[in-house]
Write a protein that binds this ligand. Structure first.
Ligand SMILES: [Fe+2]
Length: 281
């Protein structure tokens, strides 16, 4: 039987989707105390139990997902994440775990997912496209699971080699999801969410229409949410107006100008920012 970690948790908003979920057991292999603690923290208030699994240990019954840390990176993550099948609740939990590991506020990735959902509506996407964009939003940074803490959490300036390593997270994430039934349709979003419309992005330097449509949409949501969310490496964050002004001034550089017009016209971000401000008060 695995270890169930318990600790006094600070109050945090509960996720309604996860509250309806059945108990999900998530096994963690390696990754050190930080990864384990981040998953445990993300699981609080949800029907989820996180257990530590020694390398080579028997997978506990009822396990729906296994997360391998950076020191156990490799094929194990692609194979193990499919244990027991995928579902949206596990997906959201993993997204929150990645947020916790990076020191983001719990719910940051789910906020990105909410914005992606509203943007999908504004773009009049089909239900299938909307689902892909939402799941891709939650999973876009899953490749960071394989980035060492020394790089991911470094507070100072990254060295060239560290920056190159960090820039691999979209490619790593794409490789992870494209091997998982039910998630492979998100691979383009995960792999290309840091590509820029002018070709100045990474990991492949694609430009314009070379970048898949949903990845171009994801880019806008990602930049907007990155600017308007707290981050461990900076104090404060931008207002909705400042983020829109920046995105508009950069039109055609980072983002697809036609898609950005829709994002701005439908004011996709505003309601969420107002809700955040109200919560903070
Ligand atoms: Fe990313």
């Amino acid at each position: 039987m695995g270890i169930v970690f318990e600790a006094p948790w600070r109050k945090r908003p509960r996720n309604r989707i996860l509250e309806r979920a059945m108990l999900k057991r998530i096994a963690v292999i390696g990754g050190g105390d930080e990864l384990y603690a981040s998953l445990v923290e993300a699981s609080q208030g949800k029907e989820a139990q996180v257990v530590a699994l020694p390398p080579g240990g028997e997978v506990p019954p009822g396990t729906v997902a296994i997360v391998a840390g950076a020191d156990n990176a490799g094929p194990v993550i692609e194979a193990a994440l499919t244990v027991g099948g995928w579902n949206e609740q596990v997906l959201d939990l993993l997204a929150e775990a990645i947020d916790c590991r990076e020191g983001f506020f719990v719910g940051s990735s789910l906020r990105v997912k909410d914005h992606a959902s509203r943007f999908a509506q504004a773009l009049d996407l089909t239900p299938d496209e909307r689902s892909i964009l939402e799941r891709g939003a939650a999973l876009r940074d899953i490749g960071k699971i394989k980035i060492p803490n020394a790089v991911l959490l470094k507070e100072g300036v990254l060295t060239y080699d560290e920056w190159v390593l960090l820039q691999q997270h979209p490619e790593i994430g794409g490789e992870i999801v494209e091997h998982i039934d039910g998630l492979k349709d998100t691979a383009d979003i995960v792999r290309y969410h840091h590509e820029c419309f002018d070709g100045d992005g990474y990991p492949r330097g694609l430009e314009g229409d070379q970048i898949p449509f949903l990845a171009r949409a994801m880019k806008i949501v990602d930049v907007y949410c990155a600017m308007t969310s707290p981050r461990h490496y900076r104090k404060g964050h931008s207002s909705h107006e400042d983020a829109i002004e920046y995105l508009t001034s950069e039109q055609g550089k980072h983002c697809d100008p036609e898609l950005l017009d829709v994002f701005v016209k439908f004011d996709v971000g505003r309601l969420e920012v107002e809700a955040d401000t109200a919560d903070a008060g």
